[in-house]
Design a protein around this ligand. Structure first.
Ligand code: C2E
Ligand code: CA
Ligand code: CA
Ligand code: CA
Length: 279
């Protein structure tokens, strides 16, 4: 009766208050982190599968906290997107990634492309193009050494405005890659409309590639489709020699994953860049 209803209501409000408070605490902590720039980039090499050379690096953001240690992007990027803080975090990531790429070049290392992840919300920000232009100018990084990664699901929701933005970025000489490819079922005709250079095959297809014939078939289809469109393919999440051998035999040109290196801090990637060859 009424009593139970009231208790249930009180129970739910109590639970809601806990959830709301948790979120508010996390949100204000993230706001503070943005002000204090409590982030760090880890870098993971992208490797030419024929030669073992490092051709690019992907920058992956982490949040450094005093009490909870390192927070992974999966645990704060969604909140950053919801609150709009992603625009500021994204600008910091781009600036730091470009700065680091330029610093390595100034230290005499061979130039490699720096790949930066973008959220949908950054794309719809009117100031985005100006921000990218400013960061490239400030850091003096050649635009052809910057690669922006957009997920397939973001691209699937493409609007005329988004295609125009991609064209502008491409005209600037910036490379564009489709991240998590294969999860969104986008069509050939779709891809042909976009000024992209690279498809990143989602790691879910690579995981069982040596044991699941369906996954092998999907990956082969993506590699061949990419070839017909004159696009590069990179396999994500390469963890074993078996996966590597299969990908090479199928003509996948680039790979990324724990087999070569986990994402690590700049100081740890430096010796790998000097050595250059991961075979
Ligand atoms: P992603 O762009 O698909 O990045 C690849 C993720 O796979 C990374 O997780 C990486 O550490 C992990 N990974 C790399 N090699 C292997 C492997 O061999 N095996 C397995 N199992 N995993 C591997 P991470 O760093 O936790 O990032 C997760 C996601 O967070 C990224 O997925 C990306 O969507 C997002 N993210 C990371 N940094 C940024 C950023 O600066 N901005 C935005 N908007 N999103 C970011
Ligand atoms: Ca990515
Ligand atoms: Ca990915
Ligand atoms: Ca992903």
């Amino acid at each position: 009766g009424k009593g139970l209803g009231k208790n249930t209501y009180q129970y739910f409000t109590a639970q809601m208050n806990i959830a709301v408070k948790r979120r508010m605490t996390l949100e204000s902590a993230l706001r503070r982190a943005v002000m204090q720039k409590d982030f760090v980039l880890h870098y993971q090499p992208q490797v030419n599968l024929e030669t073992g050379e490092i051709i690019a690096l992907e920058a992956l953001v982490r949040w450094k906290t005093e009490d909870s240690g390192t927070v992974m992007p999966g645990d704060f990027i969604p909140l950053a997107e919801e609150t709009g803080l992603i625009n500021e975090i994204g600008e910091w990531v781009l600036r730091e990634g470009c700065r680091q790429a330029r610093e390595w070049q100034d230290q005499g290392l061979a130039p490699r492309r720096m790949a930066i992840n973008l959220s949908a919300r950054q794309f719809s920000d009117k100031a985005f193009l100006d921000m990218v232009t400013r960061v490239l100018a400030d850091t003096r990084l050649d635009p052809s050494l910057l690669e922006l990664e957009i997920t397939e699901s973001q691209v699937m929701r493409q609007t005329e405005g988004m295609i125009m933005l991609l064209n502008r970025l491409s005209e600037m000489g910036i490379h564009l890659a489709i991240d998590d490819f294969g999860t969104g079922y986008s069509s050939l005709s779709y891809l042909k409309r976009l000024p992209i250079q690279k498809l990143k095959i989602d790691q879910s297809f690579i995981r069982d590639i040596t044991v699941d014939p369906n996954d092998t078939a999907i990956v082969v289809a993506i590699i061949n489709m990419a070839k017909s469109l004159d696009l590069e393919t990179i396999a994500e999440g390469v963890e074993t020699a078996g996966q590597l051998a299969l990908l090479r035999s199928k003509g996948c040109r680039i790979g990324q994953g724990f087999y070569f290196s986990a994402p690590v801090r700049a100081e740890q990637i430096y010796p790998l860049l000097r050595q250059n060859n991961l075979y």
